[in-house]
Design a protein around this ligand. Structure first.
Ligand SMILES: O=C(O)CCC(=O)C(=O)O
Ligand SMILES: [Fe+2]
Length: 344
C-alpha cells in the first residue's frame, strides 16, 4: 500500500549524469518536507529489494529461535556499543549491528548467510546515506560535498533489525514511544506489518510498509546542523595559522548549523495487535569527537540568534544511549536535543 500522506522522492536522477531538472524537482520536494516535518520516503535509492527481503526473512528466522539461543549472541561485556542481540524492555527485541569489521560486532552465524547479508545491507545503507547526505547538503545551500567530506567515517553508523511482539492488551502499546533521532538522519524500512507513525501538523500518521521504499527521518544533527570550520575559514593561510596554534583539531571540526531550518522528525512505533512487526532501521551518524553547534550561515549571517549551545556529539550520544538502557520515569525527563537549547 502506498503512503500518499508523505512525500515520495524518486532518487533515480541522482544515479545518472545529466537530468538536472529531475534532480532539481526531487530537491525541491525534499527541502519542503525537511523544513516542515523532517521526513519523506525514497524509492530507487540503490539498495536492491531482494537484499532487504533476504535480511528480513533471516531476521524473522533468528527472532523465532528460543531466547537461550538468541542470548548466545548478546553484547560483549564492556563493549562501547551493545552490538548483538538485546531484549531489554519486552516492547521489542533487536539485533544491533555496527560497521563490518568492528571488533565488538556480534552477528549470528547460523546460517553464515545471515552475517554476510547483514554486512552487505549495512554497506548498501551507508552508500545510500552518503547520496542522501549530498542531496541534503545541496538542499541547505552549503558548498558542494561539504557534509560528506567531513563526515566520511562510517564507523559511527548503526543498523538495527527489530522485532516488535504483538500488543497484549486492547490499549495502544508503544514499541518505541514518541522521540526524535540523534542521528544526522535515519532510514526505516518496515516489512509486512505497519506500526511506524510520524507527526505531521500535530497529527500522528501511520505509515504503511511499501515494498522498495525507505522512510527518511531527519535527525537532531541536521536540525542543529553540522558543517566544517573550514567552510568559514576563508583562507588557506588562516587555516595553517590555526593548525599551528593547535586550535583547529581536524577530529573536531563539525559545527551545528541549520539552527532548526530542517526539522528532526517526531515519530513513534505502535505495537500491532496479533502479529509481530519487523523493521530495519539504519542510523546515519557522526563518528568521533564531533563538535555540534549552529553555523553562522544560519545565525549571525542572517540576523538570527542560535537556538542551541554547542555540544560534543559523543556526550549527547552517551546520554541518549543511557536512556535506552534506563528509560526515564516520565516523558518530561526524557533527554532530547532541547537539552542544549538556548531559551529564547
Ligand atoms: O522500528 C521502527 O520502525 C523505528 C524505530 C525507531 O524509530 C528508532 O529506533 O529510533
Ligand atoms: Fe527513531
Amino acid at each position: 500500500m502506498a503512503n500518499s500522506s508523505i512525500a515520495t522522492v524518486d532518487l533515480s536522477p541522482f544515479f545518472i549524469d545529466g537530468n538536472e531538472d529531475g534532480k532539481k524537482a526531487a530537491m525541491e520536494v525534499i527541502s519542503r518536507a525537511c523544513s516542515e516535518y523532517g521526513f519523506f520516503q525514497i524509492v530507487n535509492h540503490g539498495i536492491p529489494n531482494d537484499l532487504i527481503l533476504r535480511a528480513f526473512e533471516l531476521s524473522k528466522k533468528f527472532f523465532s529461535c528460543p531466547v537461550e539461543e538468541k542470548l548466545k549472541f548478546g553484547p560483549e561485556l564492556g563493549a562501547p556499543v551493545p552490538a548483538g542481540y538485546n531484549n531489554l524492555d519486552g516492547n521489542k527485541e533487536y539485533l544491533l549491528i555496527c560497521a563490518p569489521g568492528t571488533s565488538f560486532n556480534v552477528l549470528p552465524t547460523n546460517p553464515l548467510e545471515f552475517q554476510r547479508t547483514l554486512e552487505e545491507l549495512f554497506i548498501c545503507y551507508a552508500k545510500t546515506g552518503q547520496l542522501v547526505e549530498g542531496i541534503i547538503n545541496d538542499c541547505l545551500g552549503l558548498p558542494r560535498n561539504i557534509l560528506k567530506a567531513n563526515n566520511n567515517d562510517r564507523r559511527g553508523d548503526i543498523l538495527f533489525a527489530f522485532d516488535y511482539p504483538p500488543a497484549e492488551t486492547e490499549a495502544v502499546e508503544f514499541g518505541t514511544p514518541e522521540h526524535q533521532d540523534i542521528s544526522c538522519f535515519t532510514f526505516v524500512c518496515q516489512y509486512d506489518v505497519a506500526g511506524l507513525e510520524v507527526r505531521k501538523d500535530g497529527v500522528w500518521i501511520g505509515l504503511n510498509p511499501t515494498e522498495g521504499a525507505l522512510v527518511v527521518n531527519v535527525g537532531d544533527v541536521i536540525q542543529v546542523i553540522q558543517a566544517p570550520l573550514v567552510t568559514f575559514i576563508s583562507s588557506y593561510t588562516r587555516l595553517m595559522y590555526l593548525l599551528m596554534l593547535n586550535v583547529y583539531d581536524p577530529k573536531n571540526y563539525f559545527q551545528v548549523l541549520s539552527n532548526n531550518k530542517f526539522k528532526s522528525a517526531f515519530h513513534r512505533v505502535v505495537r500491532p495487535k496479533g502479529k509481530h512487526r519487523y523493521s530495519s532501521v539504519f542510523f546515519y551518524n557522526l563518528h568521533g569527537d564531533k563538535w555540534v553547534e549552529p553555523l553562522p550561515q544560519f545565525t549571525s549571517e542572517i540576523g538570527k540568534l542560535p537556538k542551541y549551545r554547542g555540544f560534543l556529539h559523543k556526550d549527547y550520544l552517551e546520554l541518549r544511549l543511557r536512556q535506552r538502557i534506563q528509560p526515564p520515569l516520565t516523558p518530561e525527563e526524557r533527554i532530547r536535543v532541547t537539552h542544549y537549547a538556548i531559551p529564547s
